[in-house]
Design a protein around this ligand. Structure first.
Ligand code: C6P
Length: 413
């Protein structure tokens, strides 16, 4: 039997606090920025501090061993969650941004040389663009762009032409945080490998919504954030193929990432610890582990079914309202719950303000994807991003509010 969404919502303290009036009751449609967290995740983080608090990976007394076990068990959960071959391939970072920077500084700066090319897409979040601007600028390489079609998709034939013997890295988002389209990363990985390039995939917006199988996609690096998938802020993941990670120099140096240190030299620790300098975020890892358990219990099938139903309802409603432009595909299934739109004549920040007055939270601005917005010919847009736990009522309230905006702003209907 399908779980009851009202029962699932009860697992989220923020929704309960909205009901009791402790938190302002808002329809939360900014899930692409960060998701809410169920109690099991918050409890897992708290429990680490309340019952197992000691510096992990250092002490041999019980508390430290417990903290280490919780941390390393979380790594194994992530390994299984994305179907990696080994726990050594899972590096804990702070977030997607740090994961991609790790690859750029450690792999990019050492492998990309003058005359080489790095290929990104026009729809990259700044987190998967600026690191490659840095690498190509520093090493005298060229940054090239895969453009997208009007529905947000990429044309594989064009991608094929852009990947050449000069391409060393293809860095692409799995799902755009503006248009929501899922990129065919498995096919792009194949094209990259045929030319000897590696592929770095930004999974920040896909991991919360679809089963990730790094082996099946055959990607070389895959980055994501805990906080977008019901987990804590401050914990992220970089997956990397072991043979690549093994040969890469450390990104950050210092405590815990060494085997031995002499006055002028050091022998680095084995994977994955070589890439985890300093005291680790064991509470964050415990929370991420709990988030994975939560997602497994709810199941992608249920989450996807609800997300599609809600997205369809929102998209069908939006396109019926005069003076609304929705960016990207006209099919709800190509949006991964993300609907980016404009209301004619009304600045997106004003759209957001009117929605706030109606207790609805969306995001307005450039969504940290300025090159894509320039490509779309806009400075700023409004964006509603849905999660399976949203309700039909929230979508209806959102649509009703949007339908009144022009009139409320003095532009007529
Ligand atoms: N996008 C959004 O509202 P961090 O902040 O490192 O956890 O994630 C960065 C990031 C990287 N890639 C993509 C595709 C993203 O969407 C994000 C975060 C948020 O769209 C905040 S700008």
């Amino acid at each position: 039997m399908m779980p009851d969404i009202n029962e699932i919502r009860k697992e989220f303290p923020i929704f309960e606090n909205m009901k009791s009036g402790e938190v302002l009751p808002f329809a939360y449609l900014d899930n692409a920025a960060t998701s809410h967290r169920p109690k099991c995740v918050i409890d897992a983080e708290m429990e680490l501090y309340e019952k197992h608090n000691a510096n992990p990976l250092r002490g041999s007394y019980p508390l430290s061993v417990e903290a280490t076990d919780i941390y390393e068990n979380a790594r194994k959960s992530v390994r299984d969650f994305i179907n990696a071959s080994s726990a050594s391939e899972i590096i804990f970072t702070r977030n997607t941004s740090e994961s991609i920077n790790l690859v750029a500084y450690s792999y990019g700066l050492t492998k990309v040389n003058e005359g080489d090319e790095v290929l990104v897409s026009i729809m990259e979040h700044h987190s998967n663009l600026l690191p490659w601007q840095m690498v190509t600028r520093k090493n005298g390489a060229t940054l090239k762009f895969i453009e997208c079609e009007s529905d947000g998709s990429v044309d594989l034939e064009k991608v094929k032409e852009l990947i050449t013997e000069k391409t060393k890295i293809v860095a692409i988002t799995h799902v755009s945080n503006v248009l929501g389209y899922e990129n065919p990363v498995k096919e792009i990985a194949k094209l990259a490998h045929e030319k000897g390039a590696v592929i770095v995939v930004d999974g920040a917006q896909s991991t919360p919504h679809m089963k990730i199988d790094v082996k099946d996609m055959d990607v070389d690096f895959f980055a994501f954030s805990g906080h977008k998938m019901f987990g804590p802020m401050g914990i992220g993941v970089l997956y990397g193929k072991e043979d690549l990670l093994d040969k890469m120099p450390p990104f950050l140096t210092g405590g815990e990432m060494i085997d031995s240190v002499s006055r002028y030299d050091a022998v680095y620790a084995e994977l994955p610890h070589k890439f985890e300098a300093g005291t680790v975020n064991a509470a964050g890892a415990a929370g991420l582990d709990a988030a994975i358990t939560f997602m497994k219990r709810i199941g992608y099938e249920y989450m996807q079914e609800r997300e599609l139903m809600l997205t369809k309802r929102a998209l069908d409603g939006l396109v019926k309202i005069p003076h609304i432009i929705v960016y990207g595909s006209d099919k709800a299934e190509n949006h991964t719950g993300i609907l980016t739109f404009k209301v004619d004549d009304v600045h997106p920040h004003d759209v957001s303000e009117v929605l706030i007055a109606d207790s609805i939270a969306i995001r307005a601005g450039h969504h940290c994807a300025q090159p894509l917005l320039q490509y779309l010919g806009v400075n700023s847009t409004a964006r509603a991003s849905l999660m399976f736990y949203n309700t039909e009522d929230e979508i209806d309230r959102f649509l009703e509010s949007i339908a009144t905006i022009r009139e409320r702003m003095g532009y007529g209907k």
